[in-house]
Design a binder for this molecule. Structure first.
Ligand code: 6PG
Length: 243
C-alpha cells in the first residue's frame, strides 16, 4: 500500500493515526507495542505523535533498526536524534528504549551480538520464534536505495541467520554501524517506509516500479501476514508510475 501526501505535515498526521491504530491492536493483543526506529529524517516525521491523544508511551519498547557506532550523545547517534526530536517531549521510561551498549564501541562483533541478545531477551520468551516479530518497523530510504544500513552490493544483503550485524564500510557516514538484517525486517507485522523530499524522486521508481533491480529497499518484503506500507510525499513520489 502506498499513501502519498502533498507535504510533510499531512504525512506526519496520517502516519500518527496509522501508528495509533497499530499500537491499540498490539496492546490489546499482548500488552505492549514493539517498535524499531530508523535514523535520518524518520524520527522527525514522528513529532505528530507528541500531542496525539491515546499514545501509551509506557507500553512501547523501542529498538533501533540501525545505529551508528558512536557514543549515545554524539550528534551522529540515531538514539541522540530520537532523543532530541521525540523523547525529550514525552514521558517514556528509559528501560523501554533499547540502545546499543556503549562499553562495546571498540568491538563491533561484541556490540552487534549484544544488541541481538537484547532482541532475544525481548522477543524470544514470547513464542520462541526464530525471528523477532516487531509490531512496527519504520524505515527510511537513501538516494542510492539503501535502507537500514543495508547498502547496494553489500554482503549483508544475503545474511539469513543473524538478527543484527555490523558493517565497517558504510558509504553513508559514519562508516561503523550495526543494523537489523532482512530476516528481522521481513518478519515484522508492519513495515512502514517513510520517504520525503525530491532527493528521493529518482530512486523511488527503481524500488517501486522495477523492484527486480534488487535495490536494498526493494528487498524488504514482509512474510505473510506482515504488512508493507509506504508513506511518501508528492516530491519523493513524483516519478513513480505506481503512485
Ligand atoms: C541511518 C538510517 C538510514 C536512513 C536512510 C534515509 O542511520 O542513516 O537509519 O537507513 O533511514 O539513509 O535517511 P534520510 O531519511 O535522512 O534520507
Amino acid at each position: 500500500t502506498l499513501y502519498s501526501f502533498p507535504n510533510s505535515p499531512a504525512l506526519a498526521d496520517a502516519l500518527a493515526t496509522f501508528i495509533l491504530k497499530a499500537q491499540k491492536e498490539a496492546i490489546e493483543k499482548k500488552g505492549k507495542f514493539t517498535v524499531a526506529l530508523s535514523g535520518g529524517t524518520v524520527p522527525n516525521t514522528l513529532t505528530a505523535l507528541i500531542h496525539k491523544h491515546g499514545i501509551k508511551w509506557d507500553k512501547w519498547q523501542i529498538f533501533y533498526v540501525d545505529e551508528r557506532v558512536v557514543p549515545l550523545d554524539d550528534p551522529d547517534s540515531n538514539h541522540h536524534l530520537a532523543s532530541q526530536t521525540l523523547y525529550k517531549h514525552i514521558h517514556i521510561p528509559a528501560k523501554n528504549i533499547h540502545t546499543i551498549d556503549t562499553t562495546l564501541l571498540d568491538d563491533l562483533e561484541e556490540l552487534s551480538d549484544a544488541y541481538e541478545k537484547e532482541l532475544i531477551h525481548e522477543f524470544a520468551q514470547k513464542d520462541s520464534a526464530r525471528f523477532p516479530i516487531f509490531d512496527l518497523v519504520l524505515l527510511g530510504v537513501g538516494p542510492d536505495g539503501h535502507t537500514a544500513s543495508l547498502f547496494p552490493g553489500h554482503e549483508l544483503l544475503s545474511e539469513e541467520d543473524r538478527w543484527v550485524a555490523y558493517i565497517e564500510d558504510s558509504p553513508k557516514p559514519p562508516p561503523r554501524r550495526i543494523t537489523f538484517t532482512y530476516p528481522v525486517l521481513n518478519h515484522a507485522a508492519r513495515v512502514v517506509f517513510v520517504v520525503t523530499g525530491d532527493a528521493k524522486a529518482d530512486v523511488l521508481p527503481r524500488i517501486l516500479d522495477t523492484p527486480q533491480e534488487g535495490l536494498p529497499a526493494a528487498r524488504v518484503r514482509p512474510v505473510t501476514p506482515g504488512q508493507l506500507v509506504w508513506f511518501v510525499d508528492d516530491a519523493a513520489s513524483a516519478k513513480v508510475a505506481y503512485a
